[in-house]
Design a protein around this ligand. Structure first.
Ligand SMILES: *Cc1c(COP(=O)(O)O)cnc(C)c1O
Length: 413
């Protein structure tokens, strides 16, 4: 294996077909941001759009903007754009609520589509909110549906005739491990079960082809790889074939067939809009649209290629520069089953990450011992990876991580 040099990384940036996208983002000077998997960065255009939504559409247009600025169609308009990023058709995706709430709506609806089956299947160590929401659903049904978690390698075999729904996160938030969406969806359908995919770490990060794999349901996040801004609304997907029968429990007025008829009785909208509940978070959805537009203008294959190259180089650098410091690799070396992140393990992971962040190199820490580095090819440069590892090597060699200030736990890690 040849020794890598900083010059090589600079050269890769010169040849990078995605390099110009970086200019569309407002990254603070002197920062290396490897946390776009948790909160994406601010698109420059979002600043202008925020002013416009607040000052013009809200400030001047007031209530008229529901029509004149087309606020009423935001869930569907932005949803159709996201559909293009995940291999879904127009009319199968809406932007609404949070990922957690969308999971509750769709998991409840899915279980109703499989009466008589008592099992929801997931994996231990799935993203906490996914398990918590499913535990809530279990309680809500007084145990008539049970959540059963089995190790990811045993999921295929655990899907049986009693399984109503399989709920999995496509790319694992900690390790970046990626499920074979097609294999699991096929097995579930063979057994008569449905599948709900959480795409929070997939959308905008890896190619997803929901209709190609015959997916049933999906949910995902707006503020991670889509760069929608803090607390941006989430999205949900319901395959066309399930929409007419779908009954979701949060039957609010935005999901009504005719919201402004103001009738006493609920009648679900004919299509995907029946998954809506209440008033759209207009400002958040408008800013999300800016991030989605940038993502939609980029080539997902090129994004994936750069992301994989980054992952491979990062792992190689860890081997070359950090070998003696006790780091482990929590992500697979096989790029085919890895999302757009590489996670390392270290006993002192929290303090080490704090020392890195103090140098404006931002990744994050996930308990108990995971240091996460997310690769967002539209604004991260190859040379950033070199500089990150260089800084880590310095932090370890000098013992810089061992300052008392870096050991103090913060409310959000
Ligand atoms: C980030 C994330 C969520 C977030 O859910 P919210 O309701 O937006 O807080 C859910 N699931 C997964 C897998 C995530 O990574």
């Amino acid at each position: 294996m040849t020794t890598l040099t900083r010059e090589y990384f600079v050269e890769l940036d010169c040849q990078d077909v995605l390099a110009d996208y970086r200019d569309q983002f407002d990254l603070p000077e002197g920062h290396i941001y490897l946390n776009g998997n948790s909160l994406g960065v601010l698109p420059k255009a979002a600043k202008a759009r925020a002013r416009e939504v607040v000052e013009q559409e809200w400030g001047q247009g007031l209530i008229r903007s529901w029509n004149s600025a087309d606020w009423i169609h935001l869930p569907r308009r932005v949803g159709d754009k996201i559909a293009g990023l995940i291999g879904a058709a127009p009319g199968e995706v809406v932007v609404a609520d949070s990922t957690s709430v969308n999971l509750f709506k769709l998991a409840s609806a899915a279980v109703k589509l499989r009466p008589g089956r008592g099992k929801i299947l997931s994996e231990p160590g799935n993203f906490p909110t996914d398990l918590y929401i499913l535990q809530g659903l279990e309680k809500f049904h007084d145990g008539r549906v049970r959540l059963n978690t089995v190790h990811r390698d045993e999921i295929l075999d655990a899907i049986d005739e009693d399984t109503a729904l399989v709920v999995l996160t496509h790319v694992h938030y900690k390790s970046g491990a990626m499920f074979d969406m097609k294999a699991i969806t096929n097995r579930a359908h063979e057994k008569g079960a449905l599948v709900l995919w959480d795409l929070s770490h997939s959308t905008g990060a890896v190619p997803v082809a929901l209709n190609e794999v015959d997916a049933d349901f999906a949910i995902g996040c707006g503020y991670k790889y889509l760069n929608g801004g803090p607390g941006a609304p989430g999205f949900l997907f319901v395959a066309q074939r399930h929409q007419a029968q779908l009954q979701q429990p949060l039957s609010g007025w935005f999901g009504h067939a005719n919201s402004f008829a103001m009738r006493d009785d609920y009648e679900p909208a004919p299509g995907i809009e029946r998954t809506l509940c209440g008033t759209t978070p207009v400002i958040g959805a408008s800013l999300l649209e800016v991030g989605v537009d940038i993502m939609a203008s980029a080539d997902m294959q090129q994004i994936r290629e750069k992301s994989l190259k980054m992952g491979e180089l990062f792992i190689e650098l860890v081997g070359q520069r950090l070998d003696e410091y006790g780091f482990g690799l929590a992500s697979s070396k096989d790029p085919a089953v890895r999302g757009s992140q590489v996670s390392l393990t270290h006993e002192q992971g929290f303090a080490i990450m704090q020392a890195l962040i103090a140098r404006n190199i931002i990744g994050d820490f996930r308990a108990p011992d995971i240091l996460r580095f997310g690769f967002t090819p539209l604004y991260v440069r190859y040379v950033d990876l070199w500089d990150c590892i260089e800084a880590l090597a310095e932090i370890m060699a000098s013992g810089e991580w061992d300052k008392p200030g870096f050991r103090k736990l913060t409310a959000v890690t």
